[in-house]
Design a protein around this ligand. Structure first.
Ligand code: 5RP
Length: 232
């Protein structure tokens, strides 16, 4: 999908930001457009404060002149705008393709609303085609991996469980210093049950299923930007 369409989706979300808002800033190539466009509005006088969901986004936001804060200071945000790797008709999501899922989920959960911006290829009937990112503690990796594999088998996962690499032979490390296991389900038919089972594993820090967190999505297609609302 073209960068131009992602930018159109981002522009629709930027139009919802008004002065005085505390805004969660997502991570990824679509969120990057949002941050850039938001920076242009800040330069033109928009008075907001942003809370970034990754070190990469924090750097970009600073370069764009967006004032930044954190959840220790602000505790609650008005809105978070972020990308997604998959979204279904109920606006349940898979996120974490960029490895920022933990901070993304913390920031979205602290926000009054979450808007997703994505291109049309991200819309699916059933979540699970995109491998589910699971952030895990380094300690006990083997045992955690085994426990996740057992859950995958119980959920009839179609594929493998892979340690994410930054380069050949070098494990990807999240901003929080954790590792990511990518779980290839194919189809996730019981996302709530899967979420609870994964979070029950002590070594799992968080997973990329964002359930009942998003109420609106702007989806860029070749025909323009579609607005998806939860319940529609
Ligand atoms: O969850 C994410 C990062 O952890 C991103 O929002 C997701 O990967 C989508 O990225 P992009 O807009 O580049 O397709």
């Amino acid at each position: 999908m073209s960068e131009a369409l992602k930018r159109e989706a981002a522009a629709r979300a930027v139009a919802e930001i008004t002065s005085g808002m505390k805004v969660g800033l997502g991570t990824g190539s679509t969120a990057r457009h949002f941050v850039e466009l938001l920076g242009e509005r800040v330069a033109a006088g928009l008075d907001i404060v942003g809370v970034p969901t990754s070190e990469v986004t924090a750097r970009q936001a600073r370069e764009c002149g967006i004032p930044l804060s954190d959840l220790d200071t602000l505790e609650r945000l008005d809105i978070t705008v972020d990308g997604a790797d998959e979204l279904d008709a109920d606006l349940n999501l898979i996120k974490g393709g960029g490895g920022a899922l933990l901070r993304e989920k913390i920031v979205a959960a602290a926000s009054g609303a979450m808007i997703v911006i994505a291109d049309g290829s991200k819309v699916v009937d059933t979540l699970g085609r995109f491998p589910l990112p699971i952030e895990v503690n380094r300690f006990g990796l083997g045992a955690t991996r085994r426990a996740i594999a057992d859950i995958m088998a119980a959920h009839s996962a179609e594929g493998a469980l892979k340690l994410r690499e930054a380069a050949a032979g070098e494990a990807f490390q999240t901003d929080g210093g954790h590792l990511i296991l990518d779980a290839f389900f194919g189809r996730i038919s019981r996302p709530e049950a899967l979420s609870a089972e994964l979070l029950d594993i002590p070594g799992v820090v968080q997973h990329g299923l964002f359930l009942k967190m998003c109420r609106k999505a702007y989806v860029a297609t070749p025909n323009g930007v579609e607005t998806l609302l939860k319940g529609n």
